[in-house]
Design a protein. Structure first.
Length: 120
């Protein structure tokens, strides 16, 4: 359900610096990928520069959530982006999310453990 809620917006904001913003950003990208966005896959993601997801989802519009005026300008900027640019950004983020899921992370962790064990 969260993916549907977040993908029905023209602009999604991921502002909280704590855990969970990656999941929100992924839900937005996943909703776009599955075609459930009312904006036909042309919404924008405004993401706090303080979230871990900001380093992974570089196509999002970065913002400082503690700068209210700056945040307002970033949301305006996101709303004014051409639809084709927003669509390309969301497609790229959805592709990244698909390729960098928990299964890939676990596989990488296990490979690191195996490599350390082999080095002994």
């Amino acid at each position: 359900m969260i993916g549907i809620a977040y993908s029905n917006s023209d602009v999604e904001r991921g502002l909280h610096p704590g855990p969970g913003q990656r999941q929100i950003a992924e839900a937005h990208a996943r909703g776009i990928r599955h075609g459930i966005c009312q904006c036909r896959g042309s919404g924008a993601l405004v993401l706090s520069e303080f979230t871990g997801a900001a380093t992974e989802l570089r196509e999002a519009v970065p913002c400082n959530p503690f700068d209210v005026e700056g945040l307002s300008r970033r949301v305006e900027h996101a709303l004014r982006l051409p639809a084709d640019r927003r669509r390309r950004a969301l497609t790229a983020m959805a592709r990244y999310v698909r390729g960098h899921d928990v299964h890939r992370w676990v596989a990488g962790q296990l490979a690191d453990i195996a490599a350390r064990g082999a080095a002994r």
